[in-house]
Ligand binder design. Structure first.
Ligand SMILES: NC(=O)c1ccc[n+]([C@@H]2O[C@H](COP(=O)([O-])OP(=O)(O)OC[C@H]3O[C@@H](n4cnc5c(N)ncnc54)[C@H](OP(=O)(O)O)[C@@H]3O)[C@@H](O)[C@H]2O)c1
Length: 259
């Protein structure tokens, strides 16, 4: 299914090799965008390119380790070539641990990817956008945050801190970039089935907990599917649908944070 129209638009997305990023690449390419996906795994990116091109969709990729020292330079070059109309800051990771057990290594790893690398990857995208100047429709930046950007859960101190920070960054960027015709928003998903959450879903106690916490959870589908984010992504990506929407978050959490 396709919503909106991104024909002629370039979408650059981090963390495209799997999970939410791979699905977003497909759904935005189906809407007509030329999608450029970034990640470390050349095999997964190559397989995704094969699948999408087989379906007649436009997908290219760049192999980038977002936390490597030369990431900024690589991203600058890549985005000068593929100037994004839509940039999706999606790559992220977690290391669950109770607050008192978090190590400096855990803290640095999650902060470095979820916040610092995302911040500077997005900055590289914005620099490429502003260097090119206005092209008609507003451009869009989407941070893939989390419901843990609006609430907390036990054992997620660092992850939650990074996602709350992304919510602040969304608002600050929206103010700084409005005059450049760039909208900045975030999507806050609940638990979604991806390689990130697969280990959690093998734990029946966790599944029972989620089922009890999320009003729209069902026995057949206790947590969300990657496709549950399709509509939110399209709405925020397509400026014809969300021209006046900036500095806000779109919570896709089955009612989790409503209580
Ligand atoms: N799944 C959920 O329940 C859920 C809920 C709320 C929010 N989110 C957020 O959604 C985003 C995507 O999550 P996901 O579940 O799709 O995760 P995932 O399946 O683990 O995918 C993570 C993506 O990030 C890439 N990545 C990780 N480290 C990287 C690095 N150093 N450099 C470049 N790319 C890197 C991975 O690619 P490579 O390994 O190939 O580098 C992969 O494409 C994250 O920000 C996450 O916090 C997820």
């Amino acid at each position: 299914m396709s919503y909106g129209d991104l024909t002629g638009r370039t979408v650059v997305i981090t963390g495209a090799s799997k999970g939410i990023g791979a699905r977003a690449s497909r759904v935005l390419a189906q809407a007509g965008a030329s999608v450029v996906g970034l990640a470390r795994s050349v095999d997964e990116l190559t397989a995704l390119k094969y699948d999408l091109e087989n379906d007649g969709l436009s997908f290219d990729f760049g192999v980038v380790d977002l936390v490597s020292p030369d990431a900024s330079e690589q991203l600058g070059q890549l985005m000068a070539k593929h100037v994004p109309d839509v940039f999706i800051n999606n790559a992220g990771a977690t290391r669950p641990a109770a607050f008192q057990d978090v190590t400096v290594d855990d803290f640095d790893a999650v902060m470095r990817l979820n916040l610092k690398a995302g911040f500077f990857a997005t900055q590289a995208a914005v620099r490429a956008m502003t260097a090119k100047g206005n092209t008609g429709l507003k451009r869009s930046i989407i941070h893939i945050s989390s419901m843990l950007g609006t609430v907390a859960l036990p054992g997620r101190a660092v992850y939650s801190a990074t996602k709350h920070a992304l919510e602040g960054l969304t608002k600050a960027m929206a103010l700084d970039l409005a005059s450049d015709g760039i909208r900045v928003n975030s999507i806050c998903p609940t638990y979604i089935e991806t390689p990130l959450t697969r280990p959690l879903m093998e734990n029946q106690a966790f599944v029972d907990y989620v089922t009890q916490r999320m009003p729209l959870s069902t026995a057949e589908q206790p947590i969300g599917k990657v496709g549950d984010l399709d509509g939110a992504l399209m709405f925020l990506a397509d400026s014809a649908l969300s021209d006046l929407v900036t500095g806000t978050n779109l919570v896709v959490d089955g009612g989790w944070t409503a209580q």
